[in-house]
Design a protein around this ligand. Structure first.
Ligand code: 5GP
Ligand code: MN
Length: 336
């Protein structure tokens, strides 16, 4: 929860029409897009001049979100976005904990801004860049935090079907359809309320998860063929090379969720997926764990990343083989 004096300060800013920009993290996921668009649809009803600026493109499986077509893409429309950011009187940064999560280019612009800013986020170790910080790792999604934030502002009457659709999207995606440990009774109460606003929860689930291309399923098949077991470390990992991605006409979002398959094997409590990005010259890594093993710490310490206790990401500047060798060496070291 935000402090009362912080809420009062934000309420007084919102009392008259403002130029407001809302920003998700780079490579935005369902929670990042759902939370930014959910808040956008609230603030628009209050006659503010609101834009969502995403650092880069969002995946196709989120392109049905209400007014996602109005989201500006920083890396595609640099000058327009920079001008809007510089004129903004209030900036919300949602679902990330450090400005570098927007990418180098956007971070450089954000660092120069002096507007009042509000961070709402559930990742560990938030940076202190915002005027008002609502950070709480107990939440399973930023969408659920935005839901509580709207209530704190006394704006719950503005949660209509459109807002509810956006917020539900982030809650369902970040909770793995309500199965991850941070799914609480409060989550279900929140969702019960959203359903009462008239959303079609089953259809949203369908749009999110039963909308794959044929190629995406073939890519999943390839990823599962590449799955390796390291039983001595209760670990599995998957690799995907750039050539494999190309073979299946890889589209943004196609690899989303594949990492979770590595945890679905009995006795496995740590998994990773290593995805080669030839153009950026990096291996992008996602980590997942079950139980106490803290993948946020692991990603921070060894792979230039971070995230949550059971879900984190990072990157490596070595090639794929070297990265895997390093990963296995670290496991051997950590086991000792
Ligand atoms: P995913 O593996 O789904 O990309 O990300 C899992 C979680 O870790 C997300 O909450 C995401 O924001 C965070 N994360 C992913 N990659 C990075 C990274 O490179 N750095 C940091 N700090 N967090 C990351
Ligand atoms: Mn999130």
């Amino acid at each position: 929860m935000m402090q009362i004096h912080e809420i009062e300060a934000i309420k007084s800013i919102l009392a008259t029409p403002k130029k407001i920009t809302i920003i998700p993290h780079r490579n935005p996921d369902g929670d990042a897009m759902g939370s930014t668009l959910g808040l956008y649809h609230i603030l628009k009803q209050l006659q503010h001049d609101v834009v969502v600026i995403a650092p880069n493109e969002f995946p196709d499986f989120l392109a049905w979100l209400p007014e996602s077509e109005k989201v500006l893409i920083f890396e595609r429309s640099f000058d327009t976005c920079k001008a809007i950011l510089e004129k903004s009187e209030l900036i919300f940064t949602l679902d990330f904990n450090a400005l570098h999560r927007t990418g180098d280019q956007m971070e450089n612009v954000l660092k120069t801004l002096t507007a009042t800013s509000v961070m709402i986020d559930h990742h560990q170790a938030p940076d202190g860049y915002a005027t008002y910080t609502f950070s709480d790792t107990a939440y399973g999604s930023t969408c659920q935090m935005v839901y509580d934030f709207i209530h704190q502002l006394g704006l719950e009457n503005l949660i209509n079907k459109t807002v509810a659709t956006c917020l539900y999207t982030g809650i369902v995606t970040d909770s793995g359809s309500f199965r991850f440990p941070k799914t609480t009774s409060a989550t279900h109460k929140c969702v019960a309320n959203l359903i009462e606003k008239g959303i079609n929860n089953s259809e949203i689930h369908n749009l999110l998860f039963d909308n794959s291309s044929y190629n995406r399923l073939l890519l999943l098949g390839k990823a599962l063929q590449n799955l390796k077991m390291l039983p001595e470390y209760k670990t599995t990992y998957i690799t995907l090379t750039q050539d494999e991605l190309n073979e299946f006409g890889h589209q943004k979002g196609d690899t989303e969720g594949i990492v979770n398959y590595g945890l679905s094997i009995k006795g496995i409590d740590f998994t990773a997926i290593f995805i080669e990005h030839k153009e950026e010259g990096i291996i992008k890594i996602s980590f997942r764990s079950q139980g106490d093993f803290d993948v946020n710490q692991f990603a921070r310490k060894h792979f230039n990343g971070g995230g949550h206790i059971n879900a984190a990401g990072g990157k490596s500047f070595l090639n794929l083989d070297e990265t895997i060798q390093q990963f296995i060496a670290i496991l051997a070291e950590e086991k000792k």
